[in-house]
Design a protein around this ligand. Structure first.
Ligand SMILES: O=C(O)CCC(=O)C(=O)O
Length: 263
């Protein structure tokens, strides 16, 4: 079945191509170098010896090692925040491979729906685990909006494979977006486990899913940090309104600095 037909009927497809392997390798190498730079720029004095940064270390091993030794997520918190602000990660939204995939998904006028996200799911930390939800809430703009999802290194079963309900993008939207357990995005219906699949894109694969597809994080019960990347796109070609739904807002840091400078 063609990619678009899979997207239509199942709500997702796995894009597979040898270029994907190279694409992912470039990103992981960049993130390793960025991790090293951030540590050198930081006040984490005891980390600057560079003992983690041997050339062939896997990104997941590097971040897992850092997490095993950090206190209060102090370093991974910074990585989580800064990775998506780097030019390289931002430029993925226009990378030729991504543009090609969006063509397969038949988006007529793709626009970025959110800042790219490099997710770090720390072991045995379910606080940030995402419950059953759709990504449609990111914008509510176009019914054919898609998310591209892939891991940056091997994700074993115990690290938590992404869970999805194939075909759920066709369910009535009314069942979603209820404010439950402090998650305004969560699904409040009961998910039938027999309909759930766990998906683990291969090294040469990228998962593409319709943003109305019901999905959830797998639980990371391993001792390693799960690293994945998400890119979200709306389609202005089918948008309900010609707007950008992605607007930057000031962080608490900026608000505090503004307040101090006004005093
Ligand atoms: O990777 C995960 O655990 C969840 C990802 C997710 O919910 C999303 O990309 O919207």
């Amino acid at each position: 079945m063609k990619y678009y037909d899979q997207l239509e009927s199942n709500g997702y497809f796995l894009y597979k191509h040898p270029d994907v392997t190279i694409f992912k390798r470039n990103i992981t190498q960049f993130l390793k170098a960025t991790t090293e730079s951030i540590i050198q720029l930081s006040n984490f004095e005891s980390w600057k010896s560079g003992k983690f940064f041997h050339k062939n270390i896997d990104l997941i091993d590097l971040i897992s090692e850092i997490h095993n030794q950090e206190i209060d997520n102090s370093i991974t918190k910074v990585l989580y925040e800064l990775f998506p602000c780097t030019g390289k990660i931002l430029s993925l939204t226009t990378a030729p491979l991504v543009v090609k995939i969006l063509k397969e998904a038949q988006l007529r006028f793709p626009v970025v729906g959110s800042l790219p996200l490099v997710r770090l799911d720390r072991p045995n930390d379910s606080k940030y685990e995402t419950p059953w939800h759709q990504d449609f809430w990111f914008s509510f703009l176009s019914e054919n909006a898609v998310t591209l999802w892939f891991s940056l290194g091997e994700i074993t079963e115990s690290m938590g494979h992404l869970k999805m309900v194939p075909g759920s993008h066709k369910w009535s939207a009314g069942k979603f977006f209820t404010d439950t357990n402090g998650h305004p995005i969560a699904y409040d219906g009961v998910v039938d486990e027999s309909q759930v699949i766990r998906i683990n894109p291969g090294i040469d694969e990228i998962l593409v899913f319709n943003q109305k597809l019901l999905h959830a994080s797998g639980t990371n019960i391993s001792s390693r940090t799960r690293v994945s990347l998400q890119l979200r796109f709306n389609d202005l070609g089918s948008a309900k309104s010609l707007v950008s739904t992605f607007v930057p807002i000031h962080t608490e840091y900026v608000k505090t600095m503004q307040k101090i400078s006004n005093e």
